[in-house]
Design a protein around this ligand. Sequence first.
Ligand code: FAD
Length: 400
Amino acid sequence: MDLTFTESETAFRDELRDWLATNPPGPEPEGEDAGYNWRRDWQRKLNEGGWAGVHWPTEYGGRGASLMETAIFFEEMGKAKAPLPANVLGLLLAGPTIMIWGTPEQKERYLQPILSADEIWCQGFSEPDAGSDLAALKTRAVKDGDEWVVTGQKVWTSGAQYSKWCMLVARTDQDAPKHKGLSYFLMDMEQPGVQVVPLKQITGDPEFNELFIEEARIPDENLLGGVGNGWKVALTTLMNERAGLGFFLQVRLRQLVDELYDEAASSGMLDDPRVADALADLHIRTEILRLTAYRGLSVIEQYGQPGPEGSLVKWLWSETNQILTQLAPGIVGPDALTAGTRWSYELLRARGNTIEGGTTEILKNIIAERVLGLPRAGRNAPGRRDAGPTAVRTTAGGDS
Ligand SMILES: Cc1cc2nc3c(=O)[nH]c(=O)nc-3n(C[C@H](O)[C@H](O)[C@H](O)COP(=O)(O)OP(=O)(O)OC[C@H]3O[C@@H](n4cnc5c(N)ncnc54)[C@H](O)[C@@H]3O)c2cc1C
């Protein structure tokens, strides 16, 4: 694909740069809640400037940016060291899913408060026994009049502690084949049947949570995409997950590589050929990642949706980020291994990168089967659960 910007793309980038110059995000405050409020205020500022839903169609309050402009947007946000907005899961996952599957009333009700960050969203997909194999989930919803009564457990629910709404996939038919018995709900988190229990990560942050759901009530009008259609609706959410974050992640990686290079240059460590070699390797990987992310755009342009090649971006990004954060202490010094420092946080947080939103093993399976066309692993292996062609979690994201 041609990576030269057109005149209008250059004008878009310049307008965004001007806006960022007068509206800088500022430094991140310390503490989980202060950090969250900062990201929420940032999203409100973006919304006031008309940048919150940059890739959303104008009819839903977005800017209607093209794919290339959206890529430019993420690149510029990364360069400005802007945080991900507080409602990232609403903007990238819930909003686009509602746009595709929602009734006019649902679009009217839910989309605007996603943009303004007045209502935060979380993703209630994973369960203790259903992560990669999402369709094995057991949370069940039973019809009671014009409501559904939901009981079960979700886990690793990022941002649930701040969320008003949850994208919830539950089993509505116990007898149907496992992909067909699912439905997708918009669940109000503010009710007695929903209990959010924080899980502390290795970084010390309770970024995600367990959700205990005991006879929670969901009105019929909050069903998205119809009864038994949950798998298809969930795939829409999952496809948007990786497509949206790919650009942001690779720009973030570029910043870290450059910062590490500067550290090495200023301390004279660049003269050590092992350090120079490791940094050159990181530079090349990051550049490949950037070009692969752009190549993914042509697939979207061609087929209207992200292809399985997006798995490559997530795989390469997570692995490179781990290599980089493990190299950092050797350059920055013991400070990078001291709790509470920026580099120690990056090192510890990177551990989850190869798990969240699709593990590396699952991504490799997808690439082997759907990009390289290799036979499916263990297709007829005894004891293998019938997973179906898209049964495993196929997409990824920084926050999920
Ligand atoms: C930081 C973070 C944030 C998250 N946020 C969210 C969120 O907001 N909402 C949400 O719903 N979930 C979230 N998750 C959960 C995440 O999506 C799951 O952890 C992930 O899908 C893997 O599922 P699992 O943990 O159950 O592992 P499992 O699926 O049990 O996998 C265990 C191991 O087996 C391997 N494996 C499994 N199946 C196969 C196979 N077919 N072939 C080869 N190897 C296989 C896996 O690669 C892994 O190494 C988050 C996770 C993290 C780390």
